[in-house]
Design a protein around this ligand. Structure first.
Ligand SMILES: Cc1ncc(COP(=O)(O)O)c(C=O)c1O
Length: 449
């Protein structure tokens, strides 16, 4: 039973002769045939989920029973982890664990309040200062998660009169921020500069401010945005540019400061976003940019003000990880993870898998990021391939529509700096065996490049 309030508006003549609106509100218990819970029972995803469960082939929600390291214990077995974002392997690093424990011991288990009101620690300020220096920005603001950083920045900087131009491969948190802002969205197909330019042309006629927002490294495809060209287009059309460095911070560039550093455009990008949930082995997010803009977010971003500050252990771990990245050791770690990525990429390609090709930069060099996706195409084929790998103790991620375009299902594999060659070789042998068996039963998988 749903309580309904029936409202009727009637025109009536007042005793002075003027027309007035008489509002009659009738409070009534009325039943409605629409139940908001219906979608939870009838959504097509529910049927898919059930089918996958019935076939014992659900690739999601598998439980870890220990830390996320190159080899994990998952559901009672040791499995090679090729499905995490722990790119530098720092979740197991003693100094990072110590950073978390020191913060836990000093500040307790939680802060129980928002950073705005009563939840800012001196650790947050230290972390913000380190991040601003590392990114080479005026100022930085730390959020409780990366998702909240994107939602907070975009939902605050953009307004209903503005236009935002976004790559179709941008992370969901970017789209969520755009939705909240009420700005007009003009999306362009992944990395298509010609389409970006067309959207910018149209955006100049919209009459408001224009922001272009892209991932530096795309979370699913693992490719790098053509940032120099995007910067040129932004300058030509008077647009601001924001880059999400979630998968690039601690990985790309000599300082590990991300795709903007690698591509030499740091001083041409207006806002930089990153998360702590990948290379920094923790949880949290950051927006870096001009001091006045960051100050505005500090007092205005709802996902910053109206949520609890991260637990101290998360802040302490992130700070320790940032310090490792910024030390001499950082360079070795960045080199190792990229080397492992190239090794896995080459191995999978040689086995005949269709691996997303490396990104070719303007100077002809190729970049292979730690995200190495294997294209499969069909959703169910991807799921069964995942299952076969899992049963052979290799864990990867599966991306199906709507995370990828229809018929664009893929296995998302990723490496850590701490994977050794023997482990990667074992994973490749498993891929080879699974491919042979899979193809003999289900037909050929999409071939190499
Ligand atoms: C590109 C990108 N941006 C933002 C986020 C959100 O970050 P977090 O998981 O820290 O909330 C993610 C997380 O997967 C991401 O991949």
């Amino acid at each position: 039973m749903v309580t309904a309030y029936a409202v009727s508006l009637n025109a009536a003549r007042t005793d002075r002769g003027a027309i007035a609106t008489v509002v009659t509100i009738t409070f009534a218990q009325m039943s409605t045939s629409i139940d908001v819970f219906a979608k939870a029972r009838e959504h097509e995803r529910i049927a898919q989920l059930k089918a996958a469960r019935d076939l014992d082939a659900l690739p999601y929600f598998h439980t870890l029973e220990g830390p996320t390291l190159p080899v994990v214990v998952m559901e009672g077995r040791r499995r090679i982890m090729l499905g995490s974002n722990n790119y530098l392997g720092l979740t197991g690093d003693e100094r990072v664990r110590q950073g978390a424990m020191d913060a836990l011991n000093r500040y307790g288990t939680g802060i129980t309040g928002s950073r705005f009101l009563n939840g800012t620690l001196d650790l947050h300020l230290e972390l913000e200062a380190e991040l601003a220096e590392w990114l080479g920005v005026d100022s930085a603001l730390v959020f409780t998660t990366g998702h909240q950083a994107n939602v907070g920045a975009l939902g605050t900087i953009l307004g209903p009169g503005d236009t935002v131009v976004a790559d179709s491969g941008d992370h969901a948190s970017i789209l969520d921020g755009i939705k909240i802002s009420g700005a007009k969205l003009r999306a362009f197909r992944h990395n298509r500069l010609d389409q970006l330019e067309k959207r910018l042309e149209r955006a100049t006629e919209d009459g408001g401010g224009i922001l272009v927002v892209v991932d530096g490294v795309f979370s699913t495809e693992g490719d790098v945005a053509p940032l120099p060209e995007i910067c040129d287009l932004c300058s030509r059309y008077g647009a601001r540019l924001m880059v999400d460095e979630a998968h690039a911070l601690g990985v790309l560039g000599a300082r590990g400061a991300g795709a903007c550093e690698l591509l030499g455009v740091e001083d041409r990008v207006d806002l930089r976003m990153a998360t702590f949930s990948k290379s920094l082995a923790s949880c949290g997010g950051v927006i870096g940019g001009p001091a006045d803009v960051i100050e505005f977010l500090r007092i205005q971003a709802r996902s910053f003000i109206f949520t609890a500050s991260a637990v101290p252990a998360a802040v302490g771990a992130a700070l320790a990880a940032v310090r490792i990245c910024r030390s001499d050791e950082g360079r070795d770690l960045f080199a190792k993870v990229l080397d492992n990525a190239a090794y896995l990429h080459r191995g999978l390609s040689e086995l005949g898998f269709h691996v997303v090709p490396p990104t070719r930069l303007g100077d002809g060099t190729e970049v292979i990021t730690p995200v190495v996706p294997v294209l499969v195409g069909d959703d169910w084929k991807a799921v069964f391939l995942w299952k076969a790998l899992y049963e052979n103790d290799v864990f990867v991620n599966v991306m199906i529509h709507p995370a990828v375009p229809p018929a664009g299902a893929l296995l998302r594999t990723s490496v850590m700096a701490t994977h050794d060659r023997e482990t990667l070789d074992r994973a490749l042998e498993t891929f080879a065996k699974v491919k042979r068996e899979f193809e003999s039963e289900h037909g050929t998988l999409p071939g190499g490049q």
